[in-house]
Design a binder for this molecule. Structure first.
Ligand SMILES: [Zn+2]
Length: 398
């Protein structure tokens, strides 16, 4: 049986979560150390490090890795890395921290102890470099750029030992699949060519079509949801999971698709983020990543296919997980079936496509959603969710 794609830059995945038997003692030690409160993005990054999704990183990046990652998409070691993973804190807090001090990382929102970190470096960064190279814009209206511009003045770097995965493993018991586990699941099924589909939304016919094309040329598909912080108006993870499950159960052959989730917070960095998504999927054991139009973008900061082109600019061996590039997908009345802009020669007037905003409106007013756009089993679950919002007097954001 051919092997799975190896982890990124390492022979094995490197989860930084301390073994359970050692956690209690380390936690006692951590309680007495200086506490560093983390925002939602850094909290997610700790969980990504914990599960080994950021292999081969062993903690938050120092100056050279940050700079290399921004400018050349490379760590100081030469390993490919397209978006810096950093821990910014404010200057007053940073001033008190000594070199080599052991500190405790906590969730700023809950106060929970997450990890301990050996501080190897405190560095100031030029935020404009990060914005210009990673996000390709300095516009503070871009949500990823806003986060960079608002962050503290000092990046704290060092090796991390994770003590808790927070509520994720319990809250998302069926979805929380760590890279070592997804690899074991793929091997158990005899898969080696595995395509990943990234989503943070329920899946409609167009998404189903992409996954089915990938399934035709792979051993199996990993439908992989983002479980980190959502944008206002996004469908909650439990509803989304049920909607995706309904699609898999009714429209896919058993044993061809696995649904999972990962604790990542989107940066909306478009092309650079598509690369990071592929790198992460390599750690999960996926040989391919499905990248459609406008992958991981926001607004009109990126061209619709920038996230395709950037894969062609990498050096040999940068990334072993390959891209599966797709054009925009829809149902065409003339084709009498699902098609893409690459294959369908007909007038766009023949295409059934509904924007996210239109769809939310249709769901919230209980309007009919055509089966060519979304499967009735999926629509029923989404309508139930919108009805519960209405009954609670919550207006869904558009
Ligand atoms: Zn057509």
């Amino acid at each position: 049986m051919p092997p799975l794609v190896p982890p990124h830059g390492s022979e094995s995945v490197k989860p930084l979560l301390l073994p359970e038997t050692e956690r209690a003692e380390e936690r006692k030690r951590a309680e007495k150390l200086r506490k560093i409160p983390l925002d939602s993005r850094a909290v997610c990054d700790v969980f990504m490090l914990a599960m080994g999704a950021y292999t081969p990183l062993d903690g938050f990046m120092g100056h050279d890795d940050w700079r290399g990652s921004c400018l050349d998409m490379k760590l100081a070691s030469g390993v490919f890395w397209p978006i810096p993973i950093t821990l910014p804190i404010n200057k007053d807090l940073a001033d008190g921290i000594r070199a080599n001090e052991q500190v405790t990382l906590t969730n700023a929102q809950t106060g929970d102890i997450l990890a301990s970190m050996q501080v190897s470096e405190k560095c100031r960064i030029d935020r404009q470099i990060e914005a210009a190279h990673v996000y390709r814009t300095a516009d503070p209206k871009h949500p990823g750029v806003a986060k960079v511009l608002d962050q503290g003045d000092v990046n704290l770097a060092g090796r991390v030992m994770v003590l808790s995965e927070g509520e994720y493993p319990v809250k998302f018991a069926d979805l929380y699949i760590r890279p070592a586990e997804s690899r074991a699941m793929f091997l158990e099924r005899g898969w080696s060519r595995v395509a990943a589909f990234q989503t943070r939304n329920p899946m409609h016919r167009s998404h189903e079509h992409l996954v089915k094309i990938a399934a035709e040329v792979s051993d199996g598909v990993f439908i992989h949801q983002v479980l980190g912080k959502l944008k206002a108006g996004d469908i909650p993870a439990d509803v989304r999971t049920r909607a995706i499950r309904a699609m898999i159960d009714n429209y896919f052959r058993p044993g061809t698709v696995i649904q999972g989730g990962y604790p990542f917070e989107m940066r909306y960095a478009g092309p650079r983020e598509a690369l990071l998504h592929a790198l992460i999927r390599q750690n999960f054991g996926c040989s391919h990543l499905i990248v459609g139009r406008d992958h991981a973008g926001v607004g009109d900061y990126y061209g619709p296919f920038d996230a395709h082109h950037i894969f062609d600019q990498l050096w040999d061996g940068a990334l072993l997980t390959k891209v599966l590039k797709f054009d925009v997908t829809f149902y065409c009345r003339r084709c009498h079936g699902m098609a893409t802009a690459k294959t369908c020669p007909h007038d766009p007037g023949q295409h059934i496509s509904i924007s996210g905003t239109q769809q939310r409106e249709m769901l919230s007013t209980d309007a009919d959603i055509p089966p060519e756009f979304s499967r009735p089993e999926v629509v029923a679950i989404l309508k139930e969710h919108y009805a519960s919002l209405r009954s609670m007097g919550v207006a869904p954001a558009s």
